[in-house]
Every structure is written in C-alpha cells, then in structure tokens.
Design a protein around this ligand. Structure first.
Ligand code: 9J3
Ligand code: ZN
Length: 300
C-alpha cells in the first residue's frame, strides 16, 4: 500500500497497526483448513459445516490408524484406532464402537475413517467373544475407552472428558448399557439396536437411535422404538428410522447414518452448536428417512 506523501507520522502508523491487527483477527477466524477454532468454544474443531461437508465420504482431517491386538488389552477384544494424523488442532473427543452378535470390527469399520476425518479419535472394537450379550458389550465399550484414554499410543491426542459410544445391534444395546453405567459419557448412538431391557430412566447421555424400517432381526416395534421411548423424555434424545433399510444397513457406508451421527457427536461431544442446524428441525420423511422423533437439542 502506498502512502499519501502528506499524511505521515503517528496517526498513520497507528492506523496501519490497527489495520494489521484486524486483518490478523479476520485471518485467524476465516482461514482455514481444519485449523479454524472459535474463541468461545474450546472443543470446536474444523471449519463451519455444510450439508455437503457432513455428507462427504471424508471430512477435513487426514486419518491414520493403529491396530490394537486382543493380546495387549483386557476387558475387550482389541480393535483399530482411527485418529486425525495432525496434532496441530490439539486434542479431540473420542468414541468406541461395538459390532453386533456374531460380528467383528470389520462390520462397523467404515465408521472409523468416516468419523475420524471429521475430528474424532474412533476405536472400532472386537468383543471378547462374538456371542457376548448387550450388557457385556457395554462393559467392553467402557474398557475400550479406558484403554484408549489411559494406555493407548494416542492417549495424548484425546480429551478424556469428551467421550462417546456407538454400536450395531447387540452393540447398540450395549451402547445404552455403557451410557447407563457411565453418565459422564457425552453422546451415545445405537444403530439398529437390540436389547431385551426397554427401560432406561437412568440414562443422562444425549442419545440418537437409528432404526431400520425393514429390520426383521431387531424390529423397530420391539427394539429401537421402545428403546427410544424408554429414555427419559427430558433427555436430549432422537430417533431416526431409515427408509428402505434392513438390520444390516449400518454394516456398510451409509450417508444418512453418517451425517446425523457426525452432527450428534459434534453437537454433544464437542458442544459444537454449528451442527444444530442439521438436527433441528428433525429430518422430514424422505427417500432415506422413514420417520424421526426427538426433542430438538437445546441451544447453549
Ligand atoms: O447383534 C445383533 O445382531 C442382535 C440380533 C440377534 O441376532 O439377536 C438374536 C438373539
Ligand atoms: Zn416407525
């Protein structure tokens, strides 16, 4: 910038300094990549979301992974940790994810990089045996979170006060068991859950359940829907029933599951209200959503 020859001295220098300061602040808050962070929320990670960013196959963070042998842990069956490669943005919230009855971590593996690339450390686990029941799967999810935050090689990358759980089928039933046992969990997401216990008044963790309209293994009328109803009505809770879906829809890449899961995890693990727009109002019935229920998350 060229200066007018007749304006000079202190005032011009002060103006220049002010302009530089404003530019620096604007740069910090709008420049980007994953690095952008709000002054008001220390847990916020990544740039402002859009419909296409929550639907994308990958979010803004490059992801690394780490295999954990069952021989190296106790209380669960090992697994794979997916985590943002860069440490430039500080720590991240973390989630553990359990597969269902007779299934392995491979059945929920797509969620690892999909969620981690949005800014979470994600632990997809194997259970001690593939026949373990929901209460055991809940205990194993908690053992996995304890390993992740206390002993794993990525423990220094995790904010251990900001944890969540997910799971498919009996792993979804286990997700509710984990939340009941550990009220400090910040988010829970059961996927086509299966649990004989339909009463969950103790749960204090914001919970998003996915049902599938064509589920004949864990029909929504006897599992996902009564499990949703069994949560406290005062809880931040939601139910999304997938349209044209089966019990096994959560076992492969699914954009409806991903976009609302990312939004729920961001909203409740990161306290990131920028994602509230995708949860509230609830998704309307469509080609992908059969029905939805919930009490829209309260702002602030
Ligand atoms: O984890 C699941 O897929 C539970 C559904 C099931 O097979 O229950 C049978 C007892
Ligand atoms: Zn329904």
């Amino acid at each position: 910038m060229q200066q007018h020859p007749h304006t000079s001295g202190r005032r011009t220098r002060r103006l220049a300094a002010l302009t530089a300061a404003v530019a620096a602040v604007v740069g910090l808050t709008t420049l980007g990549g994953p690095g952008a962070q709000a002054a008001g929320n220390p847990y916020e990670r990544g740039p402002a979301p859009t419909e296409s960013s929550i639907e994308a196959l990958r979010g803004p963070y490059a992801v690394s992974d780490l295999s954990v042998s069952s021989l190296a842990v106790t209380g669960f069956g090992g697994g794979t940790i997916y985590y943002p490669t860069s440490t430039a943005d500080g720590t991240f919230g973390a989630i553990a994810i359990s597969p269902g009855f007779t299934a392995y971590q491979s059945s929920i593996a797509w969620l690892g990089p999909r969620l981690a690339s949005q800014g979470f450390v994600v632990f997809t686990i194997d259970t001690n045996t593939t026949l373990d029941q929901p209460a055991s799967r809940g205990d194993q999810l908690l053992a996995a979170l304890d390993y992740l935050t206390q002993r794993s090689a990525v423990r220094g990358r995790i904010d251990s006060s900001r944890l969540g759980v997910m799971g498919h089928s009996m792993g979804g039933g286990g997700t509710l068991e984990a939340a009941k046992d550990r009220p400090s969990l910040q988010a829970a997401i059961p996927l086509t859950p299966w649990n004989l216990d339909k009463t969950w008044p103790e749960v204090r963790t914001p919970t998003l359940l996915f049902g599938a309209d064509g589920d004949t293994v864990a029909p929504v009328s006897s599992h996902a829907e009564p499990l949703y109803t069994g949560l406290p009505s005062s809880l931040d809770r939601a139910y999304i029933e997938l349209n044209g879906a089966t019990h096994f829809t959560p076992n492969s890449s699914n954009t409806t599951i991903a976009k609302y899961s990312v939004s729920w995890l961001k909203r409740f693990i990161d306290n990131d209200t920028r994602y509230e727009q995708f949860l509230c109002p609830l998704p309307r019935p469509s080609l992908t959503v059969e029905e939805s229920r919930g009490n829209c998350p309260h702002t602030s």
